[in-house]
Design a binder for this molecule. Structure first.
Ligand SMILES: Nc1ncnc2c1ncn2[C@@H]1O[C@H](COP(=O)(O)OP(=O)(O)OP(=O)(O)O)[C@@H](O)[C@H]1O
Length: 320
């Protein structure tokens, strides 16, 4: 579909902890981040939602001062990450996409070694490690080697480790990719706690449910550009209908059926395995489908999600 969408520019606020304006990253001829503007206010949970390759990790790397920008402005706690990397990093906790724990040493020792690397004193670290182990629900695993932990536990340990210097801002790159549903919920709960304590969270994700759960506000990114910005509910209100009717007619018949459905609801999307009818009342739309002489193999009415927003903005599914 590829519709053109006007992005509302965010008013500059003096209290922003992260501010990007025209932020750009090029790798040779390729532009990974293409002049994006956003601001993150203290204590909020701000998301970057987009598919693989959208430029989310690259943006995080620039914020963290590990990748220099090619253009535009960027400030983190009022500092330029390209010029004052160490001072910026002192405010940040970083949870990378892949856990990079020391697998062969014990859980508690991972925290200790990291803290010492940060230059923190033994007397500071001793109680801090216990507090973080408790926070990560790993106290009873403290004496075990990391390679004996589950994926969810490792992720929580990586988060605990990133908190060792009491950062004001936590950068989380795809925090729950690869975790099972239960492990994801435990992790989200820990992140809610951090937010309650006033930590600002910057989260990249390609999971729409994660963005809906975790983020107060987010930007939808695709191919290095911002497609839309707002709270999850605002985005759904602005770019989708209240409900969506999903109907399946058998893969060979979806396209022909969709033609019969033309004009139904606000709009129709044909996916490989189903047809989506965007309507404020999904049940009423289903009655219309049947009234038009169609007989779906299955049907489902659900509320709109950020996945629908992404589909509307890009004509593609987030999980393609
Ligand atoms: N060092 C690099 N050299 C060249 N191209 C790069 C480099 N790092 C990233 N890219 C490219 O930049 C684009 C954005 O990558 P980035 O990792 O930021 O995307 P992403 O949205 O975080 O997706 P993912 O979840 O897959 O990491 C991709 O096309 C990627 O191949």
């Amino acid at each position: 579909m590829g519709s053109v969408v006007t992005v509302s520019h965010i008013t500059a606020s003096s209290s922003a902890v992260v501010r990007a304006s025209g932020l750009t990253k090029r790798y040779g001829d390729f532009t990974a981040v293409d002049g994006i503007d956003f601001e993150v206010t203290p204590g909020e949970s701000f998301g970057f939602l987009g598919p693989n390759g959208a430029g989310k990790s690259t943006t995080m790397s620039m914020i963290g001062g590990v990748s220099t920008r090619s253009g535009g402005e960027l400030s983190v706690m009022g500092l330029d990450p390209d010029k004052e990397g160490p001072r910026v990093r002192a405010h940040l906790g970083v949870v990378p996409q892949q856990d990079n724990l020391d697998e062969e040493i014990k859980v508690r020792d991972n925290l200790y070694v990291y803290g010492r690397y940060f230059g923190l004193s033994r007397s500071y670290l001793k109680p801090k490690m216990e507090e973080l182990l408790d926070f990560a629900q790993l106290t009873d695993k403290a004496g075990e080697r990391v390679d004996a932990l589950s994926g969810g536990m490792k992720r929580r340990l990586t988060i605990a480790r990133s908190l060792i210097n009491e950062p004001k801002i936590l950068l989380l790159d795809e925090p729950t990719t690869g975790l099972d549903p239960q492990a994801r919920h435990i992790l989200w709960d820990r992140l809610f706690r951090l937010k309650e304590q006033g930590t600002t969270l910057l989260v990249t994700t390609h999971f729409m449910d994660e963005a809906e759960q975790l983020c107060d506000r987010l930007i939808v990114v695709d191919a290095g550009r911002i497609m839309a910005e707002g709270s999850p509910s605002q985005l759904i209100r602005d770019y989708s209908t209240r409900e969506v009717l999903e109907v399946r007619f058998g893969s060979a018949q979806n396209r022909a059926a969709a033609q019969t459905l033309e004009g139904l609801g606000d709009r129709i999307e044909i996916l490989a395995d189903r047809v989506l009818v965007y309507a404020h009342d999904g049940e009423a739309a289903l009655e219309q489908v049947i009234a038009r002489g169609l007989n779906p193999v299955s049907s489902l009415v659900r509320r709109s999600s950020l996945e629908d927003v992404f589909l509307r903005l890009t004509g593609r599914s987030l999980v393609d």
